[in-house]
Design a protein around this ligand. Structure first.
Ligand code: HSE
Length: 363
């Protein structure tokens, strides 16, 4: 069996989770040789000789044959990924911004250098959604995907609904628990779930597009009245990402929705994420699990490390998109943004919204 000697970049919540899980597993064929970090002065819960402050030292170490990238810096992460692939070293990453914003490039590098990049930890934390799509659902057409893709905002909304906390206190808790991004605007503004939806579009529909092509609204402008109205009606508000085939195109959106009790997302609370798929033949499938946090995300990264060892790589639905993404602002009004029907709008509604908006088609 191939021995994996890892160069780990980043030692925040995710990096530490990976480190601790690998230590606990004690697999003799997997070891971390170096950990790349930026700030030398910080105290860290690992032996100091493991740490390096120069990416080159790690990338040029002849023993290292797998790079695990768990930084919060998409620019550095992309450079590290490129350097590693050029040397024929596979990469496991949890950096959704880096992956989503450079997916075309990352797919091309994988082909050019014939080396895999895996990133299960970048999409919905612990949920094995990419692996599931890339194995079980690789052949089956999928009509729609919908879910809660951000643990922090789900945690915040749950605390507001269940505990009556105010927004700022709930956000602070989400940060303390290691759910939020270093810049929490990425969570609150919905950018983080939009990165995840961008990545999923490639694995569900074969569509590789820029995150900006997806309509977005975050939870920052929700008002007390919105919460009060939803509560009175026995409903909740969730930040929902979805994409669905309508006619010959795919429409995608991230925004808050009012969710009724019969909705499969109603009971997905705290930092949990959930993905609801609609397969052409299998029908509805729902995967739910912790979407953020050191160990849940670390577990997904560790699963990728083992997948690298077994030679697994992504197919991206063989790169053949059968539908184009229709980029359109479906969120023009407050009513639309709150998705009053709490679900993927009916086809007629989508068409009416599309007609009323400026259209741009992205491949
Ligand atoms: N900030 C992200 C979230 C972390 O809250 O979901 C996991 O990607």
């Amino acid at each position: 069996m191939q021995k994996l000697t890892i160069g780990l970049f980043g030692f925040g919540f995710v990096g530490q989770g990976v480190y601790q899980i690998l230590n606990a597993l004690e697999d003799p064929a997997i070891s971390i040789k170096k950990i790349g970090v930026k700030v030398p002065e910080k105290r860290r819960p690992a032996p100091s000789e493991l740490f390096s402050f120069s990416p080159e030292v790690i990338l040029e170490d002849p023993d290292i044959n797998l790079i695990v990238e768990a930084t919060d810096d998409p620019t550095a992460a992309l450079e590290i990924t490129h350097q590693a692939l050029k040397k024929g070293i596979p990469v496991v990453s949890a950096n959704k911004k880096m992956i989503a914003e450079n997916l075309q490039q990352i797919i091309e590098w994988q082909k050019e250098y014939d080396v895999p990049v895996l990133y299960e930890g970048a999409v919905c934390g612990s949920i094995p959604i990419l692996r599931t799509l890339e194995t079980h659902f690789l052949q089956e057409p999928i009509h729609s995907i919908r879910g809660i893709f951000n643990g922090s905002t789900n945690y915040i909304l749950t605390q507001i609904f269940e505990e009556g906390l105010d927004f700022d206190t709930a956000l602070k808790e989400a940060q303390e628990k290691g759910f939020a991004e270093t810049d929490p605007t990425l969570d609150i503004g919905g950018f983080d779930p939009r990165y995840k939806l961008t990545i999923l579009l490639a694995h569900v529909f074969g569509i590789v597009t820029a995150p900006q092509a997806i309509s977005l609204r975050g939870i920052e402008n929700l008002k007390k009245e919105d919460f009060a109205i939803a509560s009175e009606e026995g409903k909740k508000i969730k930040l929902v990402a979805w994409a669905a085939i309508t006619g010959d195109r795919v429409v995608a959106q991230v925004g808050p929705q009012i969710i009724a009790s019969e909705d499969p997302l109603f009971n997905v609370d705290q930092e949990y994420n959930s993905v609801v798929l609609e397969g052409a033949y299998s029908g509805l499938q729902q995967l739910t699990g912790k979407g953020a946090g050191s160990f849940p995300t670390g577990a997904a990264v560790v699963a990728d490390i083992f997948s690298i060892r077994e030679g697994f790589r992504y197919q991206y639905r063989s790169g053949s998109a059968t539908h184009e993404l229709l980029s359109t602002n479906l969120l023009n009004s407050r009513k639309e943004s709150l998705g009053q029907n709490g679900n993927i709008p009916e086809l007629d509604d989508i068409e009416a919204l599309i007609e009323a908006s400026q259209e741009t088609t992205f491949k």
